[in-house]
Each structure stands twice: as structure tokens, then as C-alpha cells.
Design a binder for this molecule. Sequence first.
Ligand SMILES: NC(=O)c1ccc[n+]([C@@H]2O[C@H](COP(=O)([O-])OP(=O)(O)OC[C@H]3O[C@@H](n4cnc5c(N)ncnc54)[C@H](O)[C@@H]3O)[C@@H](O)[C@H]2O)c1
Length: 259
Amino acid sequence: MTVAGRLDAKRVLVLGGGGDGIGRAIVRAYAAAGARVVVADVDAARATEAAGELRTAGHAAHALSGDVRSREQIDAMVTGAAERLGGLDTLVTVVGGQVAFVPAVKLHEMEDEDWETVYDLNLRYVMRAVRRVLRLFLEQGTGGNIVSIGSVTGIMAAPKQAGYGAAKAGLLSLARTVAAEYAADGIRMNVVVGGAINTAVNNGPAADAWVPEIPAGRYGTSEEMAAAALYLASDEARYVTGQQIVVDGGVSVRGPFPE
Ligand SMILES: NC(=O)c1ccc[n+]([C@@H]2O[C@H](COP(=O)([O-])OP(=O)(O)OC[C@H]3O[C@@H](n4cnc5c(N)ncnc54)[C@H](O)[C@@H]3O)[C@@H](O)[C@H]2O)c1
């Protein structure tokens, strides 16, 4: 559910908003709340399709393609979004995960390259994107807002997902540091921490086996993640920074996280 006007005229870049997952739900919710959105994704067709859907619904939206593993492409996506929107108010970082990119194995079996891949796609790019928008926000003198998508693997043990858990824990630290360093400049950063969410990565019988481990008795939805991301991007959250909102149906208070 969105409330029209909550993000009126906000200029937003969403990194990884083209898929059918959480990013797609976020761009839909933000646009419906009045934001002007740039959807950026490594899959150009997905970004174009997502932005086209928003425009058809009467919203202002643009598509950009780029790979968050490249510093140059991150800089180009931030610059390109600011050019299209006449500046930026909000950055949303969505790209992340482990099992979609590398095997889920115990730590003694983990290869260096796989650790690097998971780190690149969950924390290094966020640092680079955040650093780039901080410079932009400071130049603009407008303040700004950063919302990042985290995971309960960053607040619990993460069996067979050590790299993912470590990177998502680092994301929470990054948000706290940004909060402390830039609150006086009107810049906020917060994290939406997801539990088990019913995106493509969680299709199949292995995922069904998790359901009994979830106190709420079901997977969460991308729309439930987007609702928290919408609140954090809105002025209702103007005094909230360096925090996490956990959207997990009770998984993290029950533990342990299922393998
Ligand atoms: N799905 C879950 O159960 C779950 C649970 C908790 C947290 N999360 C977090 O939510 C976020 C999104 O997860 P999702 O399942 O919706 O993912 P998804 O795979 O559905 O969407 C990710 C999007 O990012 C894009 N992308 C992938 N690699 C990219 C790259 N190198 N550069 C630019 N774009 C790239 C993909 O094309 C896709 O459109 C991640 O940070 C993940 O850690 C997911």
C-alpha cells in the first residue's frame, strides 16, 4: 500500500530496480508515492521495461544500464540520474545476495574469488555509490537520503553464507557511520533488513522447507520490503538515521537462520 504524495517530487536513483524482486517493488511504490525515479540495472532490458511500466502508469521514470561491480559505471549511473532528474534526493541500493552469484558452502570450502564476488555485490559497490552521492549531496547543498537493502544474515549467524552475512553486517556499520558523519548536513542512511522474501531466488522445494522456520508461517513479499523502504525515504522518517528496519516475520528473534 502506498499513499500518494509521500515522496512528491523526490528525485530517486534505484540501483538494481529492474528485476521482479524487491527493487521492482520499490520503484513501483516510490513512483506511486510521487517520486521521479531512475531505474538502473545491469540488465538494460529489465531497466527499460521497469521504467516503461511506470511511464505507462503516468509516472516520471527513466532507465539506465550499468554494472555495480565497476566504479566508473557507478559514477556514470549517479551522474546520469542527476542529469535526467536535475539533481538527486535519494539513492536506493538493492543489488545483493549470495546464492544467486556463488555456491552456498561452509567457510572452509569457500574460494577467495567467491568471497570477493559476494563482497563486491553486497558491500564494495554500496560504499562506492554512497561515497559518490555524498559528494553530490554536499555539492547540491540539499541534504539527501540513502536507503539500502540488507538481510537478516547480517544480524544473525549465516550458515553457508558467511560472505553474504559479513557483507550485510558491514552495510549496517556503513549506515551508522554515514549517520554520524553527515546528519548535520541533512543526509540520512538507513537499511531495510529482509528475512526470507518470496523473490525468484527463493522459488522451489528447498525454499518450501524453510517455511516452518518462519514464525509468521510464510515468506515475506517484495511489497512488504518496499513499504519499509518507502517510509525511510519519506519525510516522516526525517529524524531516523543509521538504523535498520527488520522485515522478517520474526525470523531473527527466533533463530537460527535456516541453511
Ligand atoms: N530475496 C530474498 O529473500 C532477500 C531477503 C533478504 C534480503 N534480500 C536482499 O534484497 C536485495 C534484492 O534481492 P532480490 O532477491 O530482489 O534480487 P533480484 O535478483 O530479484 O534483483 C536484483 C536486481 O539487481 C540486478 N543486478 C544483479 N547484478 C547486478 C549488477 N552487477 N549491477 C547492476 N544490477 C545488477 C538484477 O538484474 C536484478 O534486476 C539484495 O540486496 C538481497 O540481498 C533479499
